[in-house]
Design a protein around this ligand. Structure first.
Ligand code: NAG
Ligand code: NAG
Ligand code: NAG
Ligand code: NAG
Ligand code: NAG
Ligand code: NAG
Ligand code: NAG
Ligand code: NAG
Ligand code: NAG
Ligand code: NAG
Ligand code: NAG
Length: 669
């Protein structure tokens, strides 16, 4: 069946490329006051160069603004600390349809920039968890013999099915690339399996993944946001949690009957996303159909997916500046997001199963320009990740979609620029570094929300305990105030004071800051003085000298004063061992002049001249699909959107007179 489709693929593809070519506009970024970081002079219609910077929210006055914030820690532990989590808590979910563009088409052509980025995290966290999947997994079909031009993924509109969902052809080489990545770096994988058709379950992806990835395959997802299936046309309108449970059982049985899938106890489910906006399903409505008792041994993870908001426009166009203040620079809203899963996490803990946020980011349907790609999203992601750790999630994966998505932690350039451009590193990638260092790599990190400053929305803080000892404090100042009037000082005390325990405040603390001049800044972001730079500037390695501040404490008065600029995130390490545990050691780096499996894995440095001209994308055979990510539509998009989605591969939207932006819209129009 599959080889027959190739000719139509080629046709579809050439039409597709022709559309892209006809409408590319080259423009020079206009510099904006808030985004003064160096930008490439040529930014060809790319989302990271749209220059759209929002206004920071106005600062509060009166009781909401306190320059003195006491932080009292208790030796031995604190009430309602989360369960122990690992440094790899913060991982990434890579949309299947663009996965080859992120890490390469096969094991011999890995993308060094991707490897460098992952090394910055593994180096701190000890490991990274990556999921390959998303909406596009549903229609995936493996072509065992591979695809034309050695590409690993090809999206094709067969026109055969009435929902116009394109088939995503996948070459086994994609999985070999994953296997080679795990032999270079400590990376474990989740894979999303197709589930659009229970009568034709297409088991090949699981077969190949199990045989190639072995123990590095830690989970297989069956059912991606099933609460949206009815709306998306993947199932009938009457689709209910009980139907999902039945379907899961049917397909599970197919896997169990397949000797090439030896491990059927690593499933990830139920991955419902949307509560009231997703037909009212919650994890519990699925559990109440007997799901957990029926599949308890087959489930390695209990999963949910959730984005706090969306840019789908199904209930009108939302204003990103208003959302920034109401939803993102707002600890109370972060707490509410986690709170809806208290019951679910309790069930998972009781069952002894890890509870995973399998896909999240700022906003589904691609995120918002100026919000999802701003420093606000970085601060929010730290707050949200630590809050999830506090309410007993065990991992959370930030989604990466196509190049037209604003929320991406990292974005490669358009295919035909890959030989001279580097990648754009989004603000949320920095959050991954911060969370990795905050949690350390002991696997014993227990997070507690300190409800700082009388639970003020603008100045959240967390303590991280290991084996009963407070090791680190994470502080956030959501306000933007160049005047300095919104800076605060955290007065941290361990024990002593009014706790009826002996004072244990250390003689000094080490502090690293995540800094940017404004919550709305896009590129001038530093973590401990280091940065990935501006649009299409990064080879995946941090540049600059690492900067750690040491503040001497007042042990007589049992207090350490730590200044907090506005805005900022800080990790306060309460001992040098708390810092060295997750402090980056010598980071493994990968030459961007080409990487073959087993070769050149440890190239320590690469001359900039080489970088600038190298094939930094791991091979010249990338099929140029422009921006095709259904990841940009992942999450809570509505029935209206899906049902109105015709096949319009690329829509060109003029944002300003100077710029043309490609929007992925193959899933919606
Ligand atoms: C394969 O590459 C050749 C040469 O670059 C190109 O003409 C052809 O269209 C490509 N085929 C596909 C399916 O992309
Ligand atoms: C990329 O492709 C587009 C469309 O074919 C073309 O207009 C543009 O000049 C190309 N850019 C480079 C750097 O080759
Ligand atoms: C503990 O007491 C000292 C001395 O009075 C004070 O400076 C510090 O702010 C107190 N710590 C907290 C967390 O309140
Ligand atoms: C690495 O990639 C090569 C080429 O795709 C493949 O033959 C080999 O099996 C891969 N190795 C692993 C460990 O996946
Ligand atoms: C499921 O996806 C496959 C591969 O894309 C496609 O051929 C098939 O028609 C789809 N089935 C249904 C019921 O949507
Ligand atoms: C928690 O979930 C269980 C299982 O679905 C359900 O029986 C119980 O009512 C829920 N509790 C709350 C407080 O929602
Ligand atoms: C929603 O509307 C905004 C503003 O017009 C637009 O940028 C965005 O692409 C739209 N989203 C979708 C999914 O169409
Ligand atoms: C998380 O688990 C710990 C340990 O079981 C428990 O004390 C705490 O209350 C749980 N938190 C939530 C929000 O359920
Ligand atoms: C501001 O302070 C008031 C009064 O203390 C409080 O009710 C409100 O929740 C605070 N707002 C924020 C955003 O923290
Ligand atoms: C606020 O913090 C910034 C950054 O550390 C610093 O430059 C400035 O002097 C501080 N202002 C005040 C009033 O503390
Ligand atoms: C970046 O922001 C810092 C403050 O965080 C500021 O001192 C510096 O001048 C900014 N750099 C550029 C290039 O705008």
């Amino acid at each position: 069946m599959l080889p027959d489709t190739i000719p139509s693929i080629i046709l579809a593809l050439s039409l597709f490329v022709a559309r892209v070519s006809a409408s590319v506009t080259i423009y020079t970024t206009t510099s904006s006051a808030a985004s003064a970081a160096p930008q490439p002079t040529l930014c060809i219609g790319a989302v990271p160069c749209d220059g759209n910077v929002l206004q920071p929210m106005p600062n509060p006055t009166g009781p909401n603004l306190s320059q003195i914030v006491p932080v009292q820690l208790y030796p031995g532990g604190m009430n309602s600390m989360g369960i122990p989590v690992s440094g790899s808590f913060f991982g990434f979910s890579l949309e299947l349809s663009v996965a080859n563009r992120l890490f390469g088409n096969d094991g011999n052509k890995l993308v060094p920039i991707f490897l460098n980025l992952m090394a910055t995290i593994t180096n701190r966290a000890g490991k990274v968890l990556l999921r390959v999947g998303g909406n596009s997994q549903e229609s995936a079909a493996v072509v065992p013999g591979g695809l034309p031009n050695d590409t690993a993924i090809l999206k094709v509109q067969t026109g055969a099915d009435k929902t116009f969902t394109p088939t995503l052809l996948v070459s086994p080489s994609l999985v070999y690339a994953m296997g080679n990545i795990s032999s270079l770096l400590p990376i474990d994988w989740f894979i999303g399996l197709p589930f659009n058709d229970t009568t034709n379950p297409r088991l090949e992806l699981a077969e190949i993944a199990q045989s190639v990835l072995g123990k590095n395959l830690i989970g297989m997802q069956l059912g991606n946001e099933p609460d949206l299936y009815a709306g998306n046309g993947i199932r009938p309108n009457t689709y209910q949690p009980a139907d999902y449970t039945t379907d899961f059982g049917t397909v599970l049985h197919d896997y169990q009957s397949d000797p090439s899938v030896p491990n059927t106890n690593i499933f990830v489910a139920p991955s419902v996303c949307c509560g009231s906006s997703g037909n009212g399903w919650t994890p519990e409505t699925v559990f109440n159909t007997g799901f957990l008792s029926q599949f308890s041994t087959n489930l390695a993870y209990i999963s949910v997916e959730h984005y706090p908001t969306n840019n789908c426009n199904d209930s009108g166009i939302l204003d990103p500046a208003a959302l920034m203040a109401s939803t993102f620079l707002n600890h109370g809203m972060v707490s509410q997001l986690s709170q809806q899963y208290w019951n679910t996490s309790q069930i998972a803990v009781t069952m002894g199963k890890p509870f995973i946020m399998f896909e999240t980011n700022t906003a589904s349907c691609g995120g918002f320009s100026g919000l999802s790609d701003s420093f606000a999203s970085a601060m929010w992601s730290v707050d949200y990740a630590l809050n999830m750790a506090y309410v007993n999630f065990s991992n959370a994966l930030w989604h990466v979609g196509g190049e037209s998505d604003y929320y991406n932690p990292f974005t490669p350039p358009a295919t035909n620029q890959s030989h001279f451009r580097q990648w754009t590193i989004g603000p949320t990638f920095y959050s991954g570094l911060v969370v990795a260092e905050a949690l350390g790599n002991s696997g014993q990190a227990r997070v507690v929300d300190l409800f700082l400053n009388n639970n003020n929305n603008f100045s959240p803080g967390y303590a991280i305990y290991e084996n009963g000892n407070p090791q680190r404090v994470v502080l956030i100042n959501y306000l933007t105030d160049p005047s300095g009037a919104s800076n605060y000082t955290a007065y941290i005390s361990v024990g002593g004071n009014a706790t009826n325990t002996p004072g244990g405040t250390p003689s000094s603390v080490l502090v690293k800051y995540l800094l940017s001049p404004s919550a709305t800044e896009k590129f001038n972001i530093t973590w401990a003085g280091q940065t990935f730079g501006g649009a299409f500037e990064s080879d995946g390695r941090l540049t600059g000298t690492e900067q750690t501040y040491t503040y001497t404490c007042d042990q007589t008065n049992n207090v350490c004063a730590v200044p907090m600029p506005a805005p900022a995130v800080a990790i306060v390490f309460l001992s040098s061992s708390a810092q060295s545990e997750s402090g980056p050691s010598a980071t493994q780096t990968f030459s961007t002049s080409g990487l073959s499996a087993g070769h050149a894995a440890n190239t320590a440095t690469v001359a900039q001249a080489v970088l600038a001209t190298s094939n930094g994308r791991g091979g010249g055979n990338w099929v140029g699909l422009g921006s095709t990510s259904p990841g940009s539509s992942s999450g809570a998009f509505s029935e209206r959107l899906r049902s109105s989605s015709l096949v319009i591969p690329v829509v060109v939207v003029a944002l300003t007179s100077a710029a043309t932006i490609f929007r992925a819209s193959s899933w919606y129009s």
